[in-house]
Design a protein around this ligand. Structure first.
Ligand code: CU
Length: 218
């Protein structure tokens, strides 16, 4: 190979590398442009003032583009009243705030703090067991049930995706920021991304007359 041939080979490698760089960067720029079309919509939960009700979502209907994210939160000055954002795609998945659980009779519940006005609700069960009514994590925690019936709970203030196949998606109890001490483990914010178009209706399981919807278009 003479020097001229060598130069040509190096040059062609350089040009093809440059071409690849230009193509990949335009692909990633396209990707960014697409991502920027989607957005974040904020919805207030509860609160209450002259313009929107104590028991409501504001706005009640959100129109968004597929791939966008919705963030629900309780205004910080809202009265201390927990709410949920619950998508009940299958009516059987409605979760009550408290639910009965069988416990062994040796179980002891100690109120916290000790002088709190609280007492576990324990009633006699069958075969020497007892039944305790306790807070239901499928209501209190961010949670979901997939198509196969697999139930999951998540950490407070979770960020979830709606695949469209769920039977249930729940924010958990949402309370004003700074009041988590009164509701340990509760959330102040819930973030949900909607990749697929459709109309998604939700309710507050603590106040089922609170309803809202997210309309997702391609
Ligand atoms: Cu509510």
């Amino acid at each position: 190979m003479n020097a001229r041939m060598m130069m040509t080979a190096v040059l062609s490698i350089l040009i093809s590398t440059l071409l690849v760089l230009v193509i990949t960067s335009s692909i990633s720029l396209n990707y960014i442009a697409k991502a920027q079309q989607t957005s974040v919509t904020r919805i207030l939960v509860g609160g209450g003032n002259n313009t929107y009700p104590f028991y409501g979502y504001d706005p009640q209907r959100a129109d968004i583009k597929a791939g966008s994210t919705v963030v629900w939160s309780v205004p910080s000055l809202a009265p201390l009243e927990p709410h949920t954002v619950s998508f009940i795609f299958n009516n059987k998945t409605f979760a009550l705030p408290t639910a009965p659980f069988v416990i062994s009779n040796s179980s002891k519940f100690v109120p916290l703090p000790k002088d709190a006005n609280s007492k576990p609700n324990v009633v006699p069960g069958i075969n020497g067991t007892s039944i305790a009514l306790v807070s239901n994590a499928m209501s209190y925690d961010p949670s979901s049930i997939d198509q196969k019936g697999n139930a999951k709970t998540y950490v407070p203030n979770s960020n979830l995706h709606v695949s469209g196949n769920e039977q249930y998606i729940n924010s958990g109890w949402l309370v004003p920021k700074g009041t988590e001490k009164i509701f340990p483990g509760a959330s102040t914010i819930f973030t949900l991304t909607f990749p697929k178009s459709g109309t998604y209706r939700y309710t507050c399981t603590l106040h089922p007359w609170m309803i809202g919807q997210v309309v997702v278009k391609q």
